[in-house]
Design a protein around this ligand. Sequence first.
Ligand SMILES: [Zn+2]
Length: 259
Amino acid sequence: MAELSDTITFLGTAGARFVVVRQFLASGGAWLNLGNTQILLDPGPGSLVQAAKRKLDATKLDAIILSHRHLDHSGDINIMIEAMTDGGTKKRGTVFAPADALNQDPVILSYLRSYPQNIQVLTEGGSYTINDVSFATPVKHKHPVETYGFIFQTPRHTFSWIIDTRYFEDLANHYEGDLLVINVVRLNPGAPIDHLSLPEAKQIIEKLKPRIAILTHFGMTMWRAKPWELAKKLTEETGITVIAARDGLKFDLAQLDTP
Ligand SMILES: [Zn+2]
């Protein structure tokens, strides 16, 4: 029997409107293949196309998780729910989303809601399971809509993903794990202030001390500054391996296991 692995495939690394609407970078979210569990996180515009292009079969998804309702995260959520349920013909899978993605002015269409097996509402301090994977939403982020980051736990690894937020004291303390994925929209602090900047990401990495940190969700200022060069510099400055995600990157968490 093949040994089980945990991988993250980046179906996009674009953050914020400017990069997304021009598709300088793709915006399809991430595909988490955790043992036998397939999870799609934040299916932004182009998620279906990006998944198909990388031979990831959306009809095999076990869950779709939405961190928040902004379009760069949710643009393809309806078509991905339809895909997960094989066009609505198979009642399967779970959708996780904050309440404001489901209630007023919902980004998840009403007529699709009976397709998945289950729709679960994310709340601050919540924990959830999908097969043998569990994940937690430890703290409500400071963002214009209800937003959560995640701590994922598989039988093999623990990792965190810090989604869009304004920096706040204590943010890092809510997260843990050998791997940290972090959405870094801005090169420097400033407008739009509801997103993390590179110096703030550095502070978080230094506090959390993961084995590896991956930067993603780049706005224009980050992209222009060449994220791979910024990651190299952060690695030198922090002593922690920092990687810049790129569209299509498949990161194998086995990289965390080597001493
Ligand atoms: Zn956002």
